[in-house]
Design a protein. Structure first.
Lengths: 466, 131
């Protein structure tokens, strides 16, 4: 699709047709108090050459760190064809075109993406994607309130083992819509959420229960028991999943016991970045969402469907648009119902190239690397594993001293050693979250272990134990 | 020319209201409304027992090109909804005053009588809107 800017003549012609003098006249109905008089904080424009230099300087600040960070965004190998294909001119756009059906290729790609997400999560229907994993959870909570007619409480239970950033985003987006988020404690020994912690809600009005698998600590939840609890208490189950892990873990559509021919999560969402999208300082990523067919009309965002044209030929079309904001305005299901076209393109190509077996290998190797990492690090005096629960490709480790100075010293050596949890989870003490994916070699893990070993051999007081 | 049965009452927002015994009413959308919306693909009715205020949005009818709210003409409680619409929303297009009814409401005792249009008034409203 070509990008065709409007010339001043085009603009004048269009204004003449509708009888407006200036573009500003089109915004007249917005009260002046709501308009900003100037954009003084926006710096003046730079030339292409200046911008290129500035960006090169900023990029150089990243260096080439050896990263053991996870906590929601994961460094995976991205096969070269993924972005070679995704950046072809035909695909290279962040958006679904406005005259959507004119772009059959784009629609077909989204249709294939939706089919893959349904297969991966074992759910019946997928939307065309959302902004990111955190906002997908917020949208899932809003959707659960619309979909669960059996309850009135608008109460959503969120275990503290769910990514705390996701909860923060969900509160920011959905908190003003009368949704009550209530947190549930995790088991301090195992690091996951036990059904016992939900017992005080037995028989009470709960709209939805959120379960993250693997959870924020990398520990596996007993998803079957939690799913059964939700079903028994008429709460919808929202599964937050890492798509890579679904290469080897039971898909959310199959969680829990079959009751009346039905089981599994009601809404599934998560962060799509691990599927072929680079870390790139935090974005753009994409969120995914799948659900049961019975809730499809409560799902935000757009869906591409396959149909036949008037001559009986197969084609693709945007469907269920009537609830989107360009038609429903303030009453739309969601007002952030766009999709992330470019990163979804990369993810679709990534999944096509890897296939189910490839994805399972990535998942297996990542889990094995993290196993090696935990073994190497916990062999160091002063490092122990925090939780005993089974894990996927992340683990919480407890140090014998404050984490922040240790991580800072590691960063000086070019190693991003983990995510400091002591502010979010003070009860865990000097805890950090570490991750190794298939991208980490034995030598990488050995290098990290020896650097950490050296740092921890220093007496506790020498390295700012403050 | 749209069908406007003389035994029903109407609202300005194109719902029809049929008085039933025991102070209940049945509501639906008019022939004019279904024609304007086009083929319906989904009807979202409220759960039984829901309390409604007159003028409150209580249901949604959705066609391929638009989704419109249905407003309760009275204060009351939802006592029945048309379950056939879940699988056959086209009933609203085919028989808006019969098989395509939406919900029945038990009107609150002592609620003020709603201001509704009779068939002649509603026909005039449509004529005015057409101009």
């Amino acid at each position: 699709m070509p990008y065709i800017p409007h010339t001043p003549d085009d603009v004048a012609e269009m204004l003449a047709v509708i009888g407006a003098q200036r573009i500003e006249d089109l915004f007249e109905e917005i009260p002046s108090v709501l308009k900003t008089a100037s954009l003084s904080q926006v710096p003046p424009a730079l030339s292409e050459m200046e911008i290129g230099r500035l960006m090169a300087e900023r990029a150089a600040c990243d260096g080439r760190p050896l990263s053991f960070l996870g906590a929601g965004a994961y460094e995976h190998h991205i096969p070269a064809p993924v972005w070679a294909i995704a950046t072809r001119g035909e695909f290279y756009s962040a958006y679904t075109p406005y005259q959507a059906e004119a772009s059959q290729g784009t629609l077909q790609l989204i249709y294939e993406y939706q089919s893959m997400m349904c297969a991966l999560t074992a759910m019946e229907v997928s939307n065309a994607s959302l902004y990111d994993g955190a906002s997908a959870l917020a949208e899932s909570c809003l959707m659960a309130v619309r979909a669960n007619r059996a309850t009135n409480s608008r109460r959503v239970l969120v275990p503290r083992s769910v990514n705390p950033t996701y909860l923060q985003v969900a509160q920011a987006i959905a908190g003003n819509q009368n949704i009550r988020f209530e947190t549930v404690e995790f088991d301090r020994e195992r690091g996951n959420t036990l059904v016992d912690a939900l017992r005080r809600y037995d028989g009470s009005d709960v709209t939805a229960l959120v379960v993250q698998q693997p959870n924020f600590f990398g520990v596996l939840e007993d998803v079957d028991e939690l799913a059964d609890w939700a079903r028994a208490n008429k709460a919808l189950l929202i599964g937050v999943v890492n798509p890579t892990s679904l290469g080897i873990l039971k898909p959310p559509g199959q969680w829990g016991r079959l009751v009346d021919g039905k089981h599994g999560a009601d809404i599934v969402c998560g962060e799509g970045q691990p599927l072929g999208v680079p870390l790139s300082s935090g974005g753009p990523y994409f969120g995914f969402m799948t659900t049961r067919m019975q809730y499809v009309r409560q799902m935000p965002g757009r869906i591409v469907g396959r149909t036949l044209d008037t001559e009986g030929r197969p084609g693709f079309t945007l469907t269920l648009q009537a609830r989107e904001q360009h038609i429903r305005r303030a009453k739309a299901n969601s007002n952030i119902c766009t999709n992330q076209g470019l990163t979804v393109t990369a993810a679709t190509i990534y999944m096509s190239l890897l296939g189910a077996q490839g994805l399972a290998r990535v998942a297996d190797m990542s889990a094995a690397r993290t196993q090696d990492l935990v073994a190497a690090l916990t062999a160091i005096p002063g490092v122990r594993q925090t939780f005993s629960g089974q894990r996927f490709h992340e683990a919480v480790l407890t140090l014998d001293r404050p984490v922040a100075p240790v991580l800072a010293a590691l960063a000086e050596r070019g190693i991003f050693g983990g995510v400091d949890l002591s502010e979010r989870f003070p009860e865990l003490g000097h805890a950090m979250l570490v991750c190794a994916t298939e991208t980490k070699t034995e030598a990488d893990i050995g290098g990290y272990a020896s650097a950490l070993g050296e740092l921890l051999r220093l007496p506790l007081t020498a390295r700012g134990a403050a | 020319m749209s069908d406007i049965p003389s035994d029903l009452k109407y609202t300005k927002s194109h719902e029809w209201v049929r008085p039933l015994p025991s102070n209940q009413v049945e509501i639906g959308i008019t022939d004019h409304a279904q024609a304007a919306l086009g083929d319906l693909v989904f009807v979202d009715v409220p759960e039984l027992g829901r309390r409604l205020k007159a003028g409150e949005a209580c249901a949604v009818v959705e066609s391929v090109k638009a989704a419109s709210d249905i407003y309760s003409p009275v204060d009351g409680t939802v006592v029945a909804s048309n379950s056939a619409l879940a699988s056959s929303p086209e009933l609203v297009n085919q028989a808006p005053y019969a098989g395509g009814w939406l919900i029945r409401i038990q009107v609150d005792a002592g609620a003020a009588a709603p201001s509704l249009l009779d068939a002649a008034d509603y026909a005039r409203l449509l004529a005015d809107e057409a101009h």
